[in-house]
Design a binder for this molecule. Sequence first.
Ligand code: HEC
Length: 190
Amino acid sequence: MDGRNLRTAVALMLLPLAASAADPAWIGEARTVATSVPPKLLAVLRAEIDKGGPEGAIATCSEVAPQLAREASQASGWAIRRVSLRQRNPKAVPDDWERATLQDFDRRAAAGENPATLERAEAVSVDGQTVWRYMRALPTQELCLNCHGPADKLSAAVRAQLQSRYPNDLAVGYSVGQIRGAMTIRKPQP
Ligand code: HEC
């Protein structure tokens, strides 16, 4: 990292994380990208649940979520994925930065912050290259409980599908307002 990048990184670390006029442009861009995918997925989920119940939406969820992420990635140039401290997809394991962020989101939500607006943005240095990283919390809503709620509240059909597709599923037992996971996106500084 040269002197200028170092100063930028230090300046970024000192910035408050809430939206502010002083945010560098990349944070606004990251926020737009990270908040564009979840509403699209939610709309598909709702439609599928209306059509075939939650058990009918499980396959859709595992295919549509990565597909929407791929499309948004191609359109924006940001690498996009979802992670969780208690993942369902075994690939959704957070790295150290993501884990620390998810733990911080849990603390901030417990302290009364609105889980829907929790975010973290940071320019980090990876092998001498500055990488922009941004995470945005995904709070559990009522609809999510169909597939992420307490195990005894899931329908038998949902339980059966989850057991066969995700034998190591950790993503049940949530209640409304808890943080289910987060969108995590990154892009090398051009
Ligand atoms: C129809 C069932 C269903 C509903 C409803 C549902 N999910 Fe999921 N969720 C899944 C499945 C299945 C996966 C694993 C997808 C995969 O294979 O990548 C998943 C994965 C996730 C992940 C990725 C991390 C992980 O644990 O693998 C997050 C985050 C997530 N869901 C959040 C939510 C939120 C928030 C809601 C409500 C807005 C929600 N889900 C509603 C079935 C559902």
